[in-house]
Ligand binder design. Structure first.
Ligand SMILES: [Zn+2]
Length: 149
């Protein structure tokens, strides 16, 4: 289960997005808008995706600046406006996250000290569903000279 499944009805798109943000935060996933569809001047449908969705571009738009690592996560949700009910509903599409939740790594002080190569290692291990605490354990072993651990 994704944890995002809900029968909740939202009065507005803002309310829906707020719920998605809060739920994402508590689950450890960052959800972003993939695209939205406007009809007659107002948005009737919005597709949401995991911020790890899409394909990572390894060229000069380095992920180092934003800290975003795109690993083609298939997780998507669709918010739809029902004109009849005047409300929004949210449906989770088939497709689970291909990575563990990231909340433990988010803002972790160790990340600021990592070299680009180490960042890459974390990204790779995260993509293989290794838990962040295990990643840090592996890196600790690699880094025996550091006394800061
Ligand atoms: Zn994901």
């Amino acid at each position: 289960m994704s944890g995002f499944s809900t029968d909740q009805v939202f009065k507005s798109r803002e309310e829906l997005m707020e719920w998605v943000r809060n739920t994402g935060r508590s689950l450890g996933y960052a959800i972003v808008t993939k695209r939205s569809k406007a009809k007659n001047g107002y948005v009737s449908k919005v597709v949401l995706m995991c911020d790890r969705g899409g394909v990572y571009k390894s060229d000069k738009d380095s992920s180092r600046e934003t800290g975003t690592r795109k690993i083609n996560c298939p997780f998507e949700m669709v918010g739809k406006f029902s004109k009849k009910n005047g409300s929004w509903t949210l449906k989770v599409k088939p497709g689970e996250h291909n990575h563990p939740p990231g909340e433990y790594m988010e803002g972790h002080p160790i990340l600021k000290r990592l070299t680009p190569n180490e960042h890459q290692l974390v990204a790779e291990l995260t993509g293989k569903c290794v838990f962040p605490k295990d990643i840090l354990g592996v890196m600790k072993e690699r880094d025996e000279l550091s006394s800061a651990w």
